[in-house]
Structures are given as structure tokens and as C-alpha cells.
Design a protein around this ligand. Sequence first.
Ligand code: FES
Length: 80
Amino acid sequence: MLICRCEEITEEEIIEAIRTGARSIAGIRRRTRAGMGLCQGRTCRRLLAGILARETGIPSDDILSETRRPPLRPLKLNIL
Ligand code: FES
């Protein structure tokens, strides 16, 4: 099953990354490029967290909270 459409990364590749030591979304990203595509993980981040939670037992809320950085949505410069 395709998890990251932008980078064409499958669930099997994600699971392999976790089994070889990835314990965060950043770790999965470094091993597979999942989340580094055009949408920058907006589409696949929750799926990655769900797979990581299922495989490691880490709560998905803990996984998702470590990857958020402001601004959460693109802003026009004149708003800043
Ligand atoms: S779907 Fe993964 S980066 Fe876009």
C-alpha cells in the first residue's frame, strides 16, 4: 500500500525503516524520504505516525507533537 504519494513510499518500506531503527517521523524521513515530497508530509504524516505507533507502541499523539513547527500553515509575508 502506498503511504507517501509524493515520494511513492510503500507501507513495507516504512515498516522496514522502523525495524532498522527509526523511532520518529524524522527517522523514517531520513531512511525513506517519506514526508519530503511536494506536500511536505501534510498528506502522509498522520499515516506515518499511525504505522510508527502500531509498530513501536509509542502513542501517536506523542509522535505527532514532536514534529510540529510553526507556522503550521503557509502565511503571506504581509500577515507576518
Ligand atoms: S504524501 Fe508524503 S510528502 Fe506528500
